[in-house]
Design a protein around this ligand. Structure first.
Ligand code: X90
Length: 282
């Protein structure tokens, strides 16, 4: 019997440009300034963009993929799993839902499942990587839908930000919250709320304190040595220190460090870090 064709499609807020061992496509978000537009594909030079944004003083914004972008990425996938950035901060997930509707109407024998990550970056990536595992285990479409819903109950996202200027300027956090992160030397530690919004937790003076805060928050949120993915925006040092904290207490923990792609770099800004992790399953 021919294996059913399954495909994973994630938006670029997942920081994923490619996935090995599975049919995969990424739909890019865009970063737009008065004189340039950056499409968040694997061809984007993220370093160059970050450098340009540092000196650029005008207005900047982002745009989510539209219905056609998602449809195109579905290709001819028979069973498609989408992972989208939180529907509470972006229209990406809505566009994916609309694309699902049109796709299933046009091809009655095909199915699409949209996962609203209620998060961004590395938590999206955790979800995509779990989907790959489930596909490789040759579960059915329905089984995978149920399993990913269960898995999502124990994935979490924490972040550390030095600036929330771009988040505030684009209406993704209140100016009041953003002001705290803008103070010199202050790192704001927060988490993705259950509603998929940014929830500030602590204002920390200096990075070292922020990293300690993150690690104790991880444990308070149920971390017991599961998989961790850290995405940083030009802050490898912080990511490596956090990995060290984790490994000191959980020697066998799988910790992946990677760079933010375009969308997350724009919002997390220089020095920012996001981490997705698995909490214990109980
Ligand atoms: O549709 C668009 O234009 C994209 C808007 C995205 C806005 C939010 C991006 C957040 C990126 C910042 C820190 C962690 C966020 C936690 C999410 C719940 C990363």
């Amino acid at each position: 019997m021919e294996r059913t064709k399954m495909k994973i499609v994630a938006d670029s807020a997942s920081d994923l440009v490619a996935m090995e061992g599975v049919d995969f496509a990424c739909v890019p978000l865009r970063i737009i300034t008065a004189d340039r537009e950056f499409v968040d594909t694997d061809a984007l030079n993220v370093e160059e963009m970050a450098g340009y944004l540092l000196t650029y003083k005008g207005k900047s914004t982002t745009a989510c993929p539209n219905v056609n972008d998602w449809l195109e990425a579905f290709g001819d996938g028979q069973y498609v799993f989408c992972v989208a950035i939180t529907s509470n901060l972006s229209g990406s997930c809505n566009a994916a839902m609309q694309a699902k509707k049109e796709y299933e109407e046009k091809y009655p024998d095909r199915r699409v499942h949209v996962v609203d990550s209620l998060s961004a970056g590395p938590e999206e990536r955790l979800l995509a990587e779990k989907l790959r595992e489930l596909i490789q285990a040759e579960l059915s479409f329905e089984e995978i839908c149920n399993a990913i819903t269960e898995y999502q109950k124990r994935t979490r996202l924490l972040f550390m930000l030095e600036s929330m200027k771009n988040l505030a300027n684009n209406g993704r956090v209140s100016p009041l919250v953003a002001r705290a992160a803008g103070l010199l030397g202050i790192r704001l530690v927060g988490k993705a709320s259950d509603q998929g919004t940014l929830e500030p937790l602590e204002k920390c003076r200096g990075e070292k304190k922020a990293l300690h805060a993150i690690f104790s928050r991880m444990k308070a949120l149920g971390y017991e040595g599961g998989k961790v993915i850290i995405s940083h925006c030009r802050n490898l040092n912080a990511a490596e220190q956090l990995r060290e904290f984790i490994h000191r207490e959980f020697a066998a923990a799988k910790v992946v460090i990677d760079r933010c792609r375009g969308l997350c770099s724009f919002y997390a800004e220089m020095g920012g870090m996001l981490l997705g992790f698995e909490a214990a399953g109980r």
